[in-house]
Design a binder for this molecule. Structure first.
Ligand code: HPA
Length: 274
């Protein structure tokens, strides 16, 4: 599969819907239930779009959902693709770039992640305040499309201070504990070894996962305002005597889903008024 033609995919979508989203949301593990709360929903399956990547992972669907959360016009990505599936980084970020190109200038990225900060535990919710992408290829390698952004985009503030403030405000109002931390992306699909976890923690990472940071790079390149939210599903640090499985990751994410959904929904309602 070659580099996706974002403008062509947008025009395929435009033949199916004229919906203009304000806010995009990537549903990571455990957030799928948010899809049921969207009103006037229109679904476009990734399989309907020529040249579009499709997820091969169990538990990850593949559709855009257009509609409303309260009065906020949203597009949801129900299912993402990952680098470990064999897609190039340009393919991995194509769906989020499409959301931005459709008009979403604020995007919320969510994921399941392993905890590296010893004060965390499975179920901890973490607002991503910064990220480390040094272990994965950049989605911006290759010819630069100037209509998206500059050749050398700056990354001093990947995540938006105002959106983070709204997330915290929502968490406080709803009595949901929320920490701030640094997310580090690895390629996967293998989970990290104890030595790797220890290295990542010493380098300043609080959580590790296999998505999100590359999407954030591609979206900041386009000038999109970002919010990132991780659900810690397992402890990656001091894990010599524990075994992390995909099933455990899904189980904890599902248990946290009520809180995650209410946090994201509350924040979207506030963010739509920015
Ligand atoms: N490591 C990487 N990715 C993950 C983890 C982890 O421990 N948990 C959920 N996604």
């Amino acid at each position: 599969m070659s580099v996706p033609d974002i403008k062509d995919i947008v025009s395929q979508i435009r033949k199916k819907t004229a919906f203009k989203p304000q806010i995009g949301i990537v549903l990571g593990s455990g957030l799928g239930g948010l899809a049921d709360e969207v009103t006037s929903a229109e679904h476009i399956y990734y399989s309907e779009l020529e040249g579009f990547p499709r997820s091969t992972v169990e538990g990850h669907k593949g559709e855009f959902i257009f509609g409303y959360l309260g009065e906020a016009a949203v597009v949801l990505m129900n299912g993402r693709v990952h680098y470990y599936e064999g897609y190039s980084m340009q393919q991995v970020v194509a769906p989020v770039r499409v959301m931005a190109a459709l008009g979403a200038d604020r995007i919320i990225l969510t994921n399941a992640a392993g905890g590296l900060n010893v004060s965390y535990s499975p179920g901890t919710l973490m607002c991503i305040r910064d990220q480390i992408t040094s272990f994965v290829p950049s989605p911006l390698v290759g010819p630069n499309d100037e209509s998206f952004g500059p050749r050398f985009p700056e990354m001093s503030k990947v995540y938006d201070a105002e959106l983070m403030r709204l997330l915290h405000e929502t968490a406080d109002e709803e009595g949901i504990p929320l920490v701030d931390g640094v997310y580090l992306q690895i390629t996967g699909p293998a989970y990290e070894t104890p030595a790797e976890s220890s290295l990542y923690a010493q380098w300043g990472a609080d959580a590790v996962g296999m998505s999100t940071a590359c999407e954030a790079v591609a979206l900041r390149h386009m000038g999109v305002r970002l919010l990132g939210l991780s659900c810690i599903t397992d402890m990656a640090i001091n894990n010599e005597n524990t075994v992390t499985t995909h099933e455990q990751v899904q189980k904890i994410a599902n248990e946290a889903s009520k809180k995650l959904i209410s946090l994201v929904k509350g924040t979207v309602l506030k963010a739509s008024k920015l």
